[in-house]
Design a protein around this ligand. Sequence first.
Ligand code: SF4
Ligand code: SF4
Length: 436
Amino acid sequence: MKFFGFKGGVHPPENKIQTENQAIEILKAPKMVYISLLQHIGVPLTPCVQVGDRVLKGQTIADSEAFLSVPVHATVSGTVKKIENLPFPLMGNVQTIVIENDEQEEWATLRKVENWKEASKQDLLSIIREKGIVGLGGAAFPTHIKLNPPSDTKIDALLLNGAECEPYLNSDNRVMIEDPQKVVEGIKIMKHILKVETVVIGIEDNKREAIEIMKKACEGTEIEVMPLKTMYPQGGEKSLIKAILNKEVPSGKLPSAVGVVVNNTTTAAAIYDAVVNGLPLLDKVVTITGKAIKEPKNLKAVIGTPISDLLESCGYKEDEAEKIVMGGPMMGMAQFTLEVPVIKGTSGLLALTKEETNYCKPKACIGCGKCVDACPMSLEPIMYARLAAFSQWEDMANYHLMDCIECGSCSYICPSNRPLTEAIKIGKAKLRSMKK
Ligand code: SF4
Ligand code: SF4
Protein backbone atom coordinates (compact mmCIF):
# COMPACT_ATOMS: atom_id res chain seq x y z
CA MET A 1 0.00 0.00 0.00
CA LYS A 2 1.17 3.55 -0.69
CA PHE A 3 1.64 6.22 2.00
CA PHE A 4 -0.37 9.33 1.09
CA GLY A 5 0.35 11.63 4.06
CA PHE A 6 -2.06 14.26 5.34
CA LYS A 7 -2.41 18.01 5.01
CA GLY A 8 -0.77 20.31 7.55
CA GLY A 9 0.81 19.11 10.77
CA VAL A 10 3.94 20.11 12.64
CA HIS A 11 7.09 18.39 13.83
CA PRO A 12 7.81 19.33 17.46
CA PRO A 13 10.97 17.97 19.16
CA GLU A 14 10.25 14.26 19.64
CA ASN A 15 11.79 13.72 23.09
CA LYS A 16 11.12 9.98 22.78
CA ILE A 17 14.72 8.91 23.35
CA GLN A 18 14.49 9.18 27.16
CA THR A 19 12.04 6.25 27.41
CA GLU A 20 11.93 4.44 24.06
CA ASN A 21 14.31 1.71 25.27
CA GLN A 22 12.94 1.48 28.80
CA ALA A 23 11.20 -1.87 29.23
CA ILE A 24 7.79 -1.74 30.94
CA GLU A 25 8.11 -2.09 34.74
CA ILE A 26 5.21 -3.13 36.96
CA LEU A 27 4.42 -0.59 39.68
CA LYS A 28 3.21 -2.15 42.93
CA ALA A 29 -0.48 -1.43 43.53
CA PRO A 30 -0.96 1.29 46.17
CA LYS A 31 -2.61 0.94 49.57
CA MET A 32 -5.60 2.99 48.36
CA VAL A 33 -6.94 3.01 44.80
CA TYR A 34 -9.24 5.73 43.47
CA ILE A 35 -11.55 4.51 40.68
CA SER A 36 -13.21 7.48 38.95
CA LEU A 37 -16.67 6.79 37.56
CA LEU A 38 -16.24 8.69 34.28
CA GLN A 39 -13.35 7.06 32.46
CA HIS A 40 -14.92 6.89 29.00
CA ILE A 41 -16.62 9.29 26.61
CA GLY A 42 -20.24 9.06 27.73
CA VAL A 43 -22.29 9.19 30.89
CA PRO A 44 -20.97 8.74 34.45
CA LEU A 45 -21.49 5.31 36.01
CA THR A 46 -23.58 4.31 39.03
CA PRO A 47 -21.78 2.41 41.80
CA CYS A 48 -22.96 -1.17 42.35
CA VAL A 49 -21.05 -1.53 45.63
CA GLN A 50 -21.42 0.27 48.95
CA VAL A 51 -19.02 1.63 51.55
CA GLY A 52 -17.85 -1.29 53.69
CA ASP A 53 -18.24 -3.94 50.94
CA ARG A 54 -15.37 -6.31 50.33
CA VAL A 55 -14.50 -6.44 46.62
CA LEU A 56 -12.41 -8.83 44.57
CA LYS A 57 -9.90 -7.89 41.88
CA GLY A 58 -11.67 -7.73 38.52
CA GLN A 59 -15.16 -7.35 40.07
CA THR A 60 -17.51 -4.84 38.39
CA ILE A 61 -17.97 -1.96 40.85
CA ALA A 62 -19.91 0.55 38.72
CA ASP A 63 -21.94 0.41 35.52
CA SER A 64 -24.72 2.16 33.62
CA GLU A 65 -27.55 1.19 31.31
CA ALA A 66 -26.81 4.17 29.07
CA PHE A 67 -25.79 3.34 25.50
CA LEU A 68 -22.50 5.24 25.70
CA SER A 69 -20.91 3.60 28.72
CA VAL A 70 -18.67 0.75 29.89
CA PRO A 71 -18.24 -0.56 33.45
CA VAL A 72 -15.25 -0.10 35.75
CA HIS A 73 -13.75 -2.83 37.93
CA ALA A 74 -11.91 -3.15 41.21
CA THR A 75 -8.22 -3.13 40.35
CA VAL A 76 -7.22 -4.66 43.73
CA SER A 77 -9.01 -6.83 46.27
CA GLY A 78 -9.99 -5.01 49.45
CA THR A 79 -12.68 -2.92 51.12
CA VAL A 80 -14.64 0.03 49.76
CA LYS A 81 -13.74 2.88 52.10
CA LYS A 82 -15.47 5.86 50.46
CA ILE A 83 -17.63 6.82 47.50
CA GLU A 84 -17.40 10.56 46.99
CA ASN A 85 -16.50 13.37 44.62
CA LEU A 86 -12.73 13.57 44.29
CA PRO A 87 -10.27 15.33 41.95
CA PHE A 88 -10.32 13.98 38.40
CA PRO A 89 -7.52 14.51 35.87
CA LEU A 90 -9.74 15.78 33.04
CA MET A 91 -11.90 18.28 34.96
CA GLY A 92 -12.91 19.25 38.49
CA ASN A 93 -14.25 16.50 40.71
CA VAL A 94 -15.93 13.22 39.75
CA GLN A 95 -17.61 10.54 41.85
CA THR A 96 -14.89 8.06 42.82
CA ILE A 97 -14.85 4.67 44.57
CA VAL A 98 -11.95 4.42 47.03
CA ILE A 99 -10.76 0.88 47.80
CA GLU A 100 -8.32 -0.05 50.53
CA ASN A 101 -6.03 -2.72 49.09
CA ASP A 102 -5.81 -5.82 51.32
CA GLU A 103 -2.85 -7.04 49.24
CA GLN A 104 -4.45 -10.51 48.97
CA GLU A 105 -4.80 -10.28 45.15
CA GLU A 106 -8.03 -12.27 45.43
CA TRP A 107 -9.67 -12.42 42.00
CA ALA A 108 -13.35 -12.41 41.02
CA THR A 109 -14.47 -15.24 38.72
CA LEU A 110 -13.66 -14.10 35.21
CA ARG A 111 -15.80 -15.01 32.20
CA LYS A 112 -13.93 -15.56 28.94
CA VAL A 113 -14.69 -16.81 25.44
CA GLU A 114 -13.31 -20.30 24.90
CA ASN A 115 -13.08 -20.17 21.11
CA TRP A 116 -13.55 -16.65 19.79
CA LYS A 117 -13.44 -17.79 16.15
CA GLU A 118 -16.70 -19.68 16.76
CA ALA A 119 -18.29 -16.91 18.84
CA SER A 120 -20.99 -14.63 17.45
CA LYS A 121 -20.36 -10.93 16.86
CA GLN A 122 -22.85 -10.10 19.63
CA ASP A 123 -21.06 -12.34 22.15
CA LEU A 124 -17.71 -10.72 21.35
CA LEU A 125 -19.11 -7.19 21.55
CA SER A 126 -20.80 -8.05 24.83
CA ILE A 127 -17.60 -9.33 26.46
CA ILE A 128 -15.61 -6.34 25.19
CA ARG A 129 -18.15 -4.07 26.89
CA GLU A 130 -18.31 -6.21 30.04
CA LYS A 131 -14.52 -5.92 30.45
CA GLY A 132 -14.64 -2.12 30.26
CA ILE A 133 -12.60 -1.74 27.07
CA VAL A 134 -12.27 1.80 25.68
CA GLY A 135 -9.99 3.40 23.10
CA LEU A 136 -6.61 3.63 24.80
CA GLY A 137 -5.12 6.24 22.50
CA GLY A 138 -6.55 8.91 24.81
CA ALA A 139 -10.12 9.37 23.55
CA ALA A 140 -11.54 6.55 25.71
CA PHE A 141 -14.50 5.95 23.38
CA PRO A 142 -16.29 2.66 24.23
CA THR A 143 -14.76 0.06 21.91
CA HIS A 144 -17.83 -2.17 21.56
CA ILE A 145 -19.72 0.76 20.02
CA LYS A 146 -16.90 1.55 17.60
CA LEU A 147 -16.86 -2.08 16.50
CA ASN A 148 -20.61 -2.06 15.88
CA PRO A 149 -21.37 0.65 13.32
CA PRO A 150 -24.99 1.12 12.12
CA SER A 151 -26.19 -1.78 9.93
CA ASP A 152 -26.57 0.48 6.88
CA THR A 153 -22.87 1.46 7.08
CA LYS A 154 -20.49 -0.68 5.07
CA ILE A 155 -17.07 -0.98 6.70
CA ASP A 156 -14.27 -2.15 4.43
CA ALA A 157 -11.09 -1.15 6.30
CA LEU A 158 -9.75 -1.41 9.83
CA LEU A 159 -6.83 0.85 10.67
CA LEU A 160 -4.70 0.35 13.76
CA ASN A 161 -3.19 3.45 15.20
CA GLY A 162 0.35 2.75 16.34
CA ALA A 163 1.52 6.23 15.40
CA GLU A 164 1.88 7.56 18.96
CA CYS A 165 2.62 10.94 17.43
CA GLU A 166 2.60 12.92 20.70
CA PRO A 167 6.16 13.86 21.71
CA TYR A 168 7.62 12.21 24.84
CA LEU A 169 5.22 9.22 24.90
CA ASN A 170 6.31 5.59 24.39
CA SER A 171 3.44 3.70 25.96
CA ASP A 172 1.98 2.23 22.72
CA ASN A 173 5.50 1.82 21.34
CA ARG A 174 6.57 -0.39 24.27
CA VAL A 175 3.34 -2.45 24.12
CA MET A 176 4.02 -3.19 20.42
CA ILE A 177 7.66 -4.08 21.16
CA GLU A 178 6.92 -6.23 24.23
CA ASP A 179 3.51 -7.75 23.43
CA PRO A 180 3.24 -7.97 19.63
CA GLN A 181 1.33 -11.27 19.63
CA LYS A 182 -1.40 -9.86 21.88
CA VAL A 183 -1.73 -6.86 19.56
CA VAL A 184 -2.00 -9.11 16.49
CA GLU A 185 -4.49 -11.50 18.11
CA GLY A 186 -6.62 -8.55 19.27
CA ILE A 187 -6.60 -7.20 15.70
CA LYS A 188 -7.73 -10.61 14.41
CA ILE A 189 -10.68 -10.51 16.83
CA MET A 190 -11.63 -7.03 15.55
CA LYS A 191 -11.26 -8.19 11.93
CA HIS A 192 -13.55 -11.13 12.71
CA ILE A 193 -16.18 -8.81 14.22
CA LEU A 194 -16.06 -6.26 11.41
CA LYS A 195 -15.59 -8.79 8.59
CA VAL A 196 -13.14 -6.53 6.75
CA GLU A 197 -10.47 -7.46 4.24
CA THR A 198 -8.17 -4.44 4.55
CA VAL A 199 -6.32 -4.19 7.86
CA VAL A 200 -3.34 -1.84 8.23
CA ILE A 201 -1.25 -0.93 11.28
CA GLY A 202 0.20 2.57 10.90
CA ILE A 203 3.40 3.22 12.89
CA GLU A 204 5.50 6.40 12.67
CA ASP A 205 8.95 5.80 11.23
CA ASN A 206 10.67 7.02 14.42
CA LYS A 207 9.70 3.63 15.96
CA ARG A 208 11.97 1.36 13.94
CA GLU A 209 12.02 -1.45 16.48
CA ALA A 210 8.22 -1.57 16.80
CA ILE A 211 7.86 -1.58 13.00
CA GLU A 212 10.23 -4.53 12.63
CA ILE A 213 8.67 -6.49 15.51
CA MET A 214 5.11 -5.90 14.32
CA LYS A 215 6.04 -6.85 10.74
CA LYS A 216 7.44 -10.13 12.00
CA ALA A 217 4.38 -10.75 14.19
CA CYS A 218 2.09 -10.13 11.20
CA GLU A 219 3.87 -12.57 8.89
CA GLY A 220 1.43 -15.11 7.48
CA THR A 221 -1.59 -12.91 8.36
CA GLU A 222 -3.54 -10.50 6.17
CA ILE A 223 -2.44 -7.57 8.32
CA GLU A 224 -0.16 -4.98 6.74
CA VAL A 225 2.28 -2.80 8.71
CA MET A 226 2.81 0.63 7.19
CA PRO A 227 5.62 2.95 8.35
CA LEU A 228 4.34 6.54 8.40
CA LYS A 229 6.48 9.66 7.98
CA THR A 230 6.76 11.17 11.47
CA MET A 231 4.48 14.19 11.61
CA TYR A 232 2.13 15.42 14.34
CA PRO A 233 -0.91 14.77 14.56
CA GLN A 234 -0.54 11.63 12.44
CA GLY A 235 -2.45 9.64 15.07
CA GLY A 236 -5.62 11.74 14.72
CA GLU A 237 -8.23 9.42 13.18
CA LYS A 238 -8.91 11.62 10.20
CA SER A 239 -5.19 12.24 9.57
CA LEU A 240 -4.49 8.50 9.72
CA ILE A 241 -7.29 7.69 7.27
CA LYS A 242 -5.99 10.32 4.85
CA ALA A 243 -2.37 9.16 5.25
CA ILE A 244 -3.06 5.44 4.74
CA LEU A 245 -6.16 5.24 2.56
CA ASN A 246 -6.22 8.70 0.95
CA LYS A 247 -9.84 9.13 2.05
CA GLU A 248 -11.23 12.35 3.51
CA VAL A 249 -13.83 12.09 6.28
CA PRO A 250 -16.46 14.80 5.56
CA SER A 251 -16.96 17.66 8.02
CA GLY A 252 -19.00 16.60 11.05
CA LYS A 253 -18.87 12.89 10.13
CA LEU A 254 -17.23 9.84 11.73
CA PRO A 255 -14.66 7.55 10.03
CA SER A 256 -17.45 5.03 9.39
CA ALA A 257 -18.84 7.53 6.84
CA VAL A 258 -15.96 6.51 4.56
CA GLY A 259 -16.14 2.84 5.54
CA VAL A 260 -13.32 2.86 8.09
CA VAL A 261 -12.94 1.94 11.75
CA VAL A 262 -9.81 3.12 13.59
CA ASN A 263 -8.55 1.59 16.82
CA ASN A 264 -5.38 1.93 18.83
CA THR A 265 -2.80 -0.89 18.98
CA THR A 266 -2.83 -1.00 22.80
CA THR A 267 -6.63 -1.33 22.64
CA ALA A 268 -6.09 -4.39 20.43
CA ALA A 269 -3.95 -5.98 23.16
CA ALA A 270 -6.66 -5.17 25.75
CA ILE A 271 -9.31 -6.80 23.52
CA TYR A 272 -7.22 -9.97 23.37
CA ASP A 273 -6.87 -10.03 27.18
CA ALA A 274 -10.61 -9.40 27.60
CA VAL A 275 -11.84 -12.06 25.19
CA VAL A 276 -9.22 -14.80 25.56
CA ASN A 277 -8.06 -14.33 29.16
CA GLY A 278 -11.29 -12.85 30.56
CA LEU A 279 -9.35 -9.87 31.95
CA PRO A 280 -11.09 -6.54 32.52
CA LEU A 281 -9.13 -3.37 31.80
CA LEU A 282 -7.32 -3.03 35.12
CA ASP A 283 -4.01 -1.38 34.32
CA LYS A 284 -2.30 0.95 31.92
CA VAL A 285 1.24 1.48 30.65
CA VAL A 286 2.21 5.09 31.37
CA THR A 287 5.35 6.91 30.19
CA ILE A 288 6.75 9.08 33.02
CA THR A 289 9.23 11.60 31.71
CA GLY A 290 10.28 15.26 31.47
CA LYS A 291 13.34 17.05 32.81
CA ALA A 292 11.93 17.14 36.36
CA ILE A 293 12.12 13.32 36.42
CA LYS A 294 15.42 11.69 37.40
CA GLU A 295 14.72 8.21 35.98
CA PRO A 296 12.21 8.34 33.09
CA LYS A 297 10.32 5.04 32.79
CA ASN A 298 7.40 3.18 31.26
CA LEU A 299 5.37 1.90 34.21
CA LYS A 300 2.39 -0.43 34.20
CA ALA A 301 0.14 0.88 36.98
CA VAL A 302 -3.29 -0.28 38.13
CA ILE A 303 -6.07 2.15 37.30
CA GLY A 304 -6.75 4.25 40.37
CA THR A 305 -3.10 4.67 41.40
CA PRO A 306 -2.46 8.30 42.46
CA ILE A 307 -0.13 9.98 39.96
CA SER A 308 2.11 11.02 42.88
CA ASP A 309 3.09 7.31 43.24
CA LEU A 310 4.19 7.12 39.61
CA LEU A 311 6.16 10.36 39.80
CA GLU A 312 7.87 9.40 43.05
CA SER A 313 8.93 6.01 41.76
CA CYS A 314 10.75 7.74 38.89
CA GLY A 315 12.65 10.29 41.01
CA TYR A 316 10.35 13.31 40.84
CA LYS A 317 12.25 16.58 41.31
CA GLU A 318 9.45 18.67 42.77
CA ASP A 319 11.50 21.84 43.11
CA GLU A 320 12.33 21.79 39.38
CA ALA A 321 8.84 20.97 38.09
CA GLU A 322 6.99 23.90 36.54
CA LYS A 323 4.07 21.91 35.19
CA ILE A 324 2.66 18.37 35.46
CA VAL A 325 0.81 17.18 32.37
CA MET A 326 -1.27 14.03 31.97
CA GLY A 327 -0.83 12.90 28.35
CA GLY A 328 1.52 14.44 25.82
CA PRO A 329 2.67 18.07 25.62
CA MET A 330 0.38 18.85 22.66
CA MET A 331 -2.99 17.52 23.83
CA GLY A 332 -2.37 16.59 27.47
CA MET A 333 -4.07 18.20 30.48
CA ALA A 334 -2.12 20.26 33.02
CA GLN A 335 -2.72 18.94 36.54
CA PHE A 336 -3.25 21.16 39.55
CA THR A 337 -2.96 18.43 42.16
CA LEU A 338 -1.01 15.17 42.37
CA GLU A 339 -4.01 13.56 44.09
CA VAL A 340 -5.63 12.60 40.78
CA PRO A 341 -5.49 8.93 39.78
CA VAL A 342 -4.41 7.05 36.66
CA ILE A 343 -7.49 6.52 34.48
CA LYS A 344 -8.02 4.28 31.44
CA GLY A 345 -6.97 7.06 29.06
CA THR A 346 -3.69 7.88 30.82
CA SER A 347 -0.70 7.29 28.50
CA GLY A 348 1.85 9.68 29.91
CA LEU A 349 2.82 11.87 32.84
CA LEU A 350 5.18 14.71 32.11
CA ALA A 351 7.00 16.65 34.82
CA LEU A 352 8.22 19.62 32.83
CA THR A 353 10.73 22.25 33.89
CA LYS A 354 10.44 25.97 33.13
CA GLU A 355 12.80 25.50 30.18
CA GLU A 356 10.56 22.80 28.71
CA THR A 357 7.29 24.66 29.12
CA ASN A 358 8.86 27.63 27.34
CA TYR A 359 6.05 30.04 28.20
CA CYS A 360 6.22 33.29 26.21
CA LYS A 361 3.74 36.13 26.45
CA PRO A 362 1.32 36.36 23.50
CA LYS A 363 2.00 39.15 21.00
CA ALA A 364 -0.20 40.61 18.28
CA CYS A 365 -1.08 38.40 15.32
CA ILE A 366 1.13 39.21 12.34
CA GLY A 367 -1.19 37.55 9.85
CA CYS A 368 1.44 35.06 8.68
CA GLY A 369 -1.09 32.26 8.08
CA LYS A 370 1.16 29.59 9.62
CA CYS A 371 -1.67 28.39 11.86
CA VAL A 372 -3.88 27.83 8.81
CA ASP A 373 -1.13 25.90 6.98
CA ALA A 374 -0.48 23.70 10.03
CA CYS A 375 -4.11 22.79 10.66
CA PRO A 376 -4.74 19.14 9.67
CA MET A 377 -8.48 19.81 9.51
CA SER A 378 -8.19 22.70 7.02
CA LEU A 379 -9.64 25.16 9.54
CA GLU A 380 -8.84 28.84 10.17
CA PRO A 381 -7.56 28.97 13.76
CA ILE A 382 -6.87 32.70 13.58
CA MET A 383 -10.58 33.35 13.02
CA TYR A 384 -11.45 31.44 16.19
CA ALA A 385 -9.14 33.64 18.26
CA ARG A 386 -10.63 36.80 16.76
CA LEU A 387 -14.24 35.67 17.22
CA ALA A 388 -13.64 34.39 20.75
CA ALA A 389 -12.21 37.80 21.72
CA PHE A 390 -15.66 39.27 20.92
CA SER A 391 -17.67 36.32 22.36
CA GLN A 392 -19.02 35.52 18.89
CA TRP A 393 -19.54 31.84 19.68
CA GLU A 394 -22.13 31.09 17.00
CA ASP A 395 -19.91 32.60 14.33
CA MET A 396 -17.16 30.25 15.51
CA ALA A 397 -19.52 27.33 14.83
CA ASN A 398 -20.05 28.66 11.29
CA TYR A 399 -16.29 28.28 10.80
CA HIS A 400 -16.64 24.52 11.57
CA LEU A 401 -15.27 24.85 15.10
CA MET A 402 -16.60 21.40 16.03
CA ASP A 403 -14.33 19.79 13.42
CA CYS A 404 -11.30 20.95 15.41
CA ILE A 405 -9.55 17.98 17.05
CA GLU A 406 -7.74 20.27 19.55
CA CYS A 407 -4.38 18.96 18.37
CA GLY A 408 -2.61 22.21 19.33
CA SER A 409 -0.61 22.43 16.06
CA CYS A 410 -1.83 26.00 15.46
CA SER A 411 -0.73 27.22 18.90
CA TYR A 412 2.58 25.40 18.55
CA ILE A 413 3.47 26.99 15.20
CA CYS A 414 2.26 30.53 15.96
CA PRO A 415 5.25 32.91 16.08
CA SER A 416 3.19 35.34 18.18
CA ASN A 417 2.27 32.69 20.80
CA ARG A 418 -1.42 33.40 20.34
CA PRO A 419 -3.45 31.13 22.67
CA LEU A 420 -5.40 29.66 19.75
CA THR A 421 -6.24 26.23 21.21
CA GLU A 422 -7.39 27.89 24.41
CA ALA A 423 -9.81 30.10 22.44
CA ILE A 424 -11.06 27.00 20.61
CA LYS A 425 -11.68 25.06 23.83
CA ILE A 426 -13.55 28.00 25.37
CA GLY A 427 -15.61 28.41 22.18
CA LYS A 428 -16.57 24.73 22.16
CA ALA A 429 -17.53 24.79 25.84
CA LYS A 430 -19.70 27.90 25.27
CA LEU A 431 -21.45 26.32 22.29
CA ARG A 432 -22.12 23.12 24.23
CA SER A 433 -23.58 25.06 27.16
CA MET A 434 -25.77 27.13 24.77
CA LYS A 435 -27.28 23.88 23.43
CA LYS A 436 -28.39 22.68 26.88
S1 SF4 B 1 -6.17 22.73 17.35
FE1 SF4 B 1 -7.88 22.69 15.88
S2 SF4 B 1 -7.68 24.55 14.72
FE2 SF4 B 1 -5.70 24.22 15.74
S3 SF4 B 1 -4.50 23.07 14.25
FE3 SF4 B 1 -5.52 21.53 15.54
S4 SF4 B 1 -7.41 21.02 14.46
FE4 SF4 B 1 -6.63 22.94 13.57
S1 SF4 C 1 0.16 31.79 13.19
FE1 SF4 C 1 -0.20 33.29 14.81
S2 SF4 C 1 0.57 35.20 13.99
FE2 SF4 C 1 0.37 33.79 12.24
S3 SF4 C 1 -1.72 34.17 11.44
FE3 SF4 C 1 -1.90 32.53 12.91
S4 SF4 C 1 -2.44 33.55 14.83
FE4 SF4 C 1 -1.59 35.13 13.48
